[in-house]
Design a protein. Structure first.
Length: 252
């Protein structure tokens, strides 16, 4: 549950949302953990025997693409088994009530989309498609991921996950949209992220000095001392409670 002053801060967040014309939400792996997905280093056993550079970097992929795809196929299977939780569904409901709503996520699991959210910016890519390193051709893959004998493309390139790896920039168009949405927001809601992965974490506090900023996280984070409202709770527990008493008008 929320901290001792949780009722006060929850009411402050409700008040801010009721008068907001624009809302920006940033989510991280914590919200997906509540759907049974371990955080980044928790899926499978490969993280215990391989460095991150071997599994989630361009150099690692060039060195051993089959190892990388084995890891991502494990992650894809975990994503398919997982279901959106109450936090995902609550954010989809909030979007329906706000005229200008943007949800930026660091997650690649598609759970926000499966819960019904429509205005979703996937900052770190997604695990629905692969793209060729040579010609940028794209192909979707199913629940089993990409067969290891189909990594090579006829152009001479290789299919890689459509994921932002360590050392790579975020997709420019997606990042510009996220910056603009954060800058114009009246309320910024940060849920399930430790706020230590940049540049995504900067969206919470670096682009807008007038917005009401609220954090939903069971543990203190890097931005806890710089926000207007701290709610020590999981997103799946807190967000439905928030919306249950909010009574927001739907946009016309």
């Amino acid at each position: 549950m929320a901290e001792a002053d949780g009722d006060v801060t929850l009411d402050a967040l409700r008040t801010a949302l009721r008068s907001a014309n624009s809302v920006f939400v940033l989510t991280g792996s914590g919200i997906s953990a509540e759907s049974g997905l371990p955080t980044f280093r928790g899926v499978g056993g490969l993280w215990r025997t391989h460095r991150v550079e071997e599994l989630a970097s361009p150099l690692g992929f060039a060195r051993d693409p089959e190892l990388v795809w084995t890891w991502y196929n494990e992650r894809k299977a975990a994503h398919v088994r997982a279901q959106p939780n109450a936090g995902h569904y609550a954010l989809a409901r909030l979007e329906e009530a706000i005229g200008d709503f943007t949800l930026a996520t660091q997650n690649v699991d598609s759970l926000h989309l499966r819960a019904g959210s429509k205005r979703v910016l996937e900052l770190h890519g997604n695990l629905r498609e692969a793209r060729c390193t040579g010609c940028d051709a794209r192909r979707r893959f199913d629940a089993d991921g990409l067969p290891l004998d189909q990594i090579e493309h006829f152009c001479g390139g290789r299919f890689r996950p459509d994921i932002v790896w360590f050392g790579e920039p975020l997709p420019p168009a997606v990042w510009r949209e996220a910056e603009a949405a954060a800058a114009r927001a009246d309320v910024i809601l940060v849920a399930g992220t430790s706020a230590i992965v940049y540049p995504a974490a900067a969206l919470a506090t670096h682009y807008n000095e007038r917005a009401f900023v609220a954090e939903v996280n069971p543990e203190p984070t890097a931005i806890s001392g710089r926000v207007d409202c701290v709610l020590r709770s999981t997103a799946a527990e807190l967000l439905p409670q928030l919306l249950g008493d909010l009574e927001l008008p739907r946009p016309t």
